[in-house]
Design a protein around this ligand. Structure first.
Ligand code: ZN
Ligand code: ZN
Length: 355
């Protein structure tokens, strides 16, 4: 193990799942040279036996894994590490472990030093293998089919919540294990808020309707946004904004490659929107990594000077948001290699007028 560590204590659920297959909400994996062990509690004994593969040992423990709480002694994690005589420097996930649990670690062992680490497993997760890409592609197909199923019912008079409910039902029926994030159905001026919630607002004729939604298959997420005009043909301003976003997204998808920095990839779309005069209205990053979590490495952002790794999966989601008027975002998911970006979602980005 690098970083001078003898072992790494992994507790972020997405990392636990990545390493072992276990999907429960509470478990710790100790990864050492000699063995990989998973610790969880009795709520999960049957599930751990069914799911966990490639791990030397599954141990069901009682009491707090971290040894926090009134009168707690050493937690199961510390006891397990202390029982392995070859372990001295042991990393833990400082971006996930609570300050209280981190403070309790190491309080009972003379020999073991617990060392904070940041996103060690996440760096491996950024590069997807063929099975992971296929799962994201399957999730994207579920998303696409669910959206197609509800388009015929969208009309003025429906509330945003009605649209989200119909979409979420179709996602589940078609195989989405869960909604990886709360569905955004934002209409009219509310579409100018990039992270709008979904409300009782009634969609009116001529409104934008922005739908940002996900699907999850074998734990892997798709994340798609489409923006429609409802109940009327698009007016000139709507066309102008939509085409700026659409061209920016198409340009980025055709030019993104592994090896480019996150900033360079972001710039492919941003330069198009700048040239159309909407630069100030594109106020978020172009995209983010996608996998077991809906936001993971790498970031496709002006502030990321690291190269996009060969084999990552990212979203490409430029947007233009004009307060009081509305906003447009178009989001697809791509697999990025040295040859370029391959679409995993359907790429159906032509302006759709639901009339
Ligand atoms: Zn999204
Ligand atoms: Zn996204």
């Amino acid at each position: 193990m690098d970083r001078g560590l003898d072992a790494l204590v992994v507790s972020h659920p997405a990392n636990v799942r990545y390493l072992t297959g276990f999907t429960g909400s509470s478990a710790v994996v100790v990864v050492a040279h000699s063995a990989v062990s998973l610790f969880t509690d009795s709520r999960y004994d049957v599930q751990a036996e069914a799911e966990v593969t490639g791990v030397a040992r599954v141990e069901i423990v009682s009491g707090d894994l971290w040894g926090v709480g009134p009168g707690a002694g050493a937690g199961a994690v510390e006891k397990a590490v202390d029982a392995a005589p070859d372990l001295r420097r042991v990393g833990f996930e400082a971006h996930y472990v609570s300050a209280r649990a981190a403070a309790a670690l190491g309080g009972h062992s003379e020999r073991v030093e617990f060392v904070p680490t940041s996103e060690v497993v996440e760096a491996f997760r950024a590069v997807k293998d063929a099975g992971e890409v296929a799962a994201i592609g399957a999730a994207a197909r579920v998303a696409s089919e669910a959206l197609d199923a509800i388009l015929p019912i969208i009309r003025p008079g429906l509330r945003e919540l009605d649209v989200a409910a119909a979409l979420e039902r179709e996602l589940r029926v078609r195989g989405s294990e869960w909604h990886p994030f709360p569905t955004i159905a934002a209409s009219g001026p509310r579409s100018a808020m990039p992270h709008a919630g979904t409300t009782e607002r009634t969609v009116e004729a001529g409104d934008w309707l922005l739908l940002d939604f996900g699907a999850q298959v074998e734990g892997y997420c798709a994340d798609v946004t489409r923006t429609f005009v409802v109940g009327r043909r698009a007016d000139e301003r709507q066309r102008e904004v939509y085409e700026a976003v659409r061209e920016a997204q198409a340009r980025a998808i055709s030019q993104i490659r592994a090896g480019m920095t996150g900033r360079e990839a972001d710039e492919k779309a941003r330069s198009v929107i700048d040239a159309r005069g909407f630069g100030d209205a594109f106020r978020h990053s172009l995209g983010h990594g996608l996998g077991l979590e809906v936001h993971e490495a790498p970031r496709v952002s002006r502030t990321n000077e690291d190269s996009l790794p060969d084999g990552c999966v990212v979203t490409v989601e430029p947007g233009v948001y004009l307060p009081g008027w509305g906003g447009v975002r178009i989001e697809d998911d791509v697999h990025v290699t040295a040859e370029g970006a391959e679409l995993l979602s359907d790429g159906g980005t032509e302006l759709v007028e639901l009339v």
